[in-house]
Design a protein. Structure first.
Length: 501
């Protein structure tokens, strides 16, 4: 299970910012929240269709002998498809106005259900008004009543399911945002408590950022981790996703903060009243729990590409597991016969945005290999935090063969399906390596680690840590689905040639 991001001692300066200053507008691109909203809206359309089917079933009895043709013909003879389209469109609009779509559940469960019931009743009243204006005398009144009732019940069930799925993601450390609050004052401290106590907000509070001349609340002062001029380094060290302004700041300070946030991919929110009005013209008011906020900057998450990448990972990993399962059973038997110890080696690795996870591999070393590593440190052939030596005495006979053809990494297909890894990405480091990273090295942790990557297919035998990081950063900055496919094709060549280690 994923845990909180680790904190490193990296202190290197972040590259200087360009001089151009852009205005504080949300990024106009498809974000993860937009993608989730589209999925929820599609679900609501299907819910309305299911509600009409149930309404027809209750109104006309059991049509099992001729279903589904008779069912829909009866339904649409008494309820025009045009009215269904009007009701569905109205429902989507009202739901959106009530804030019922989006990545995060911003209201409590009872509040969300109350809004859902209000939206369904409002849409139903508009439908009845439309039918009255059109002087409709054909539509079955019972169908209309059943349609509104079933839609209300099914949407409440649907909202509960979405919320449950979101909570499950939060428990795994997925879909949450690491947050900094600007202003360790009384209001900022109240916001901190609100965030930490409301799990449905999906935020992990990381600390306060002080402002020039600001008074620190005595309780909030315990969580002060830096000043506003240092926030970019703190954001990199703590993998910050969002910064919330809860103190008075000059417009020039906010513009500078937004420009840095744009480079770091950090979203910027401000509590209503704690920003320059000239910077937020026409920006909608949102709510973070009970706190009204405005978004000064939204990042582009490449949500569609990430969704397709995840879909490809799960599909390919599942197919791969089915294909190689006989080989995995055979490998497990060989490992068991070759040397005493477990078949799998499970190590804690650092994944996306510094979260830890259990990484699976076939065991290729003796059981006390980790304890022997320190005594072999003088023979390390790699630079920096990495460790590698030729003829490592800890490797078993079966392990040498498995490493040569990279077969020891097959169990990581389970990590891919679980969501801890991707098929392609930087290799997952151990915590002791990450502790030695400089600030710029942490960027390789901004994507899911992979079974293979650019370094594996281009410079696997290169001892240079700088090239290792450079290739990983190149992938982080330029990844596409096409690049993933090319890396997988080259990985297949490397595996068949037996050039692994």
């Amino acid at each position: 299970m994923a845990s909180e991001p680790i904190v490193t001692s990296a202190q290197a300066d972040y590259p200087s910012r360009p001089e151009a200053v852009t205005h504080a507008r949300p990024v106009g691109s498809i974000t993860e929240a937009t993608l989730v909203s589209a999925m929820m809206m599609t679900s609501d359309v299907l819910t309305a269709l299911l509600a009409l089917w149930l309404a027809s079933l209750v109104r006309f009895g059991d049509p099992a002998a001729h279903w589904p043709s008779t069912m829909w013909s009866r339904a649409f003879r008494s309820f025009s498809p045009g009215y269904l389209l009007f009701f569905t469109a109205t429902l989507l609009i009202v739901n959106r106005q009530f804030g019922l779509y989006g990545l995060r559940r911003k209201q409590k469960s009872w509040h969300e259900h109350r809004r859902t019931i209000q939206a369904c009743l409002a849409s139903g009243l508009l439908l009845c008004g439309c039918m009255y204006v059109m002087h409709n005398t054909i539509a079955s009144r019972a169908i209309v009543v059943y349609l509104i009732g079933f839609t209300t019940v099914l949407l409440c069930v649907s909202r509960t399911a979405w919320r449950h799925l979101l909570y499950l993601r939060h428990q795994r450390g997925e879909g949450t945002k690491n947050v900094l609050i600007v202003g360790p004052n009384h209001l900022g401290n109240v916001l901190r408590k609100h965030i930490t106590q409301q799990d449905h907000l999906g935020r992990n509070f990381k600390g306060f950022i002080g402002t020039a001349g600001g008074d620190a609340h005595h309780e909030a002062g315990r969580f002060l981790i830096g000043e506003l001029g240092q926030w970019h380094k703190i954001a990199r060290q703590h993998f910050i996703d969002e910064i919330i302004i809860a103190d008075q700041c000059e417009p020039s300070t906010i513009i500078e903060l937004i420009e840095t946030a744009r480079e770091l991919g950090v979203e910027v929110l401000a509590l209503l009243g704690y920003h320059g009005n000239e910077m937020t013209v026409e920006l909608p008011i949102d709510y973070l729990g009970d706190f009204p906020v405005v978004a000064l900057h939204r990042r582009n998450d490449k949500a569609v590409a990430r969704f397709l990448k995840r879909l490809w990972d799960v599909t390919a990993a599942a197919v791969g597991l089915v294909m190689v399962s006989p080989a995995m059973i055979f490998i497990a038997a060989v490992i068991k016969l070759d040397s005493p110890g477990p078949v799998l080696y499970i190590s804690e690795r650092i994944g996306r945005r510094g979260r830890t996870f259990s990484c699976f591999k076939f065991r290729t070393m003796v059981t006390n290999a980790d304890k022997l590593k320190h005594s072999l440190s003088a023979h390390n052939e790699r630079e920096g935090p990495l460790f590698k030596m030729t003829n490592d005495p800890r490797i078993t006979r079966a392990g040498r063969f498995l490493r040569k053809f990279s077969l020891d990494e097959l169990p990581q297909l389970f990590n891919v399906i679980h969501g801890d890894m991707s098929l392609v990405g930087p290799r997952p480091p151990i915590a002791s390596e990450v502790e030695l990273y400089e600030l710029q090295h942490l960027r390789r942790l901004e994507v899911l680690p992979g079974l293979t990557g650019l370094w594996q297919v281009r410079a696997r035998q290169d001892p240079s840590f700088d090239r290792y990081v450079a290739l990983d950063l190149t992938y982080v900055e330029n990844w596409t689905l096409w690049l993933d496919l090319k890396i997988l094709a080259r990985t297949a060549q490397v595996v068949f040639r037996g050039t692994g280690s």
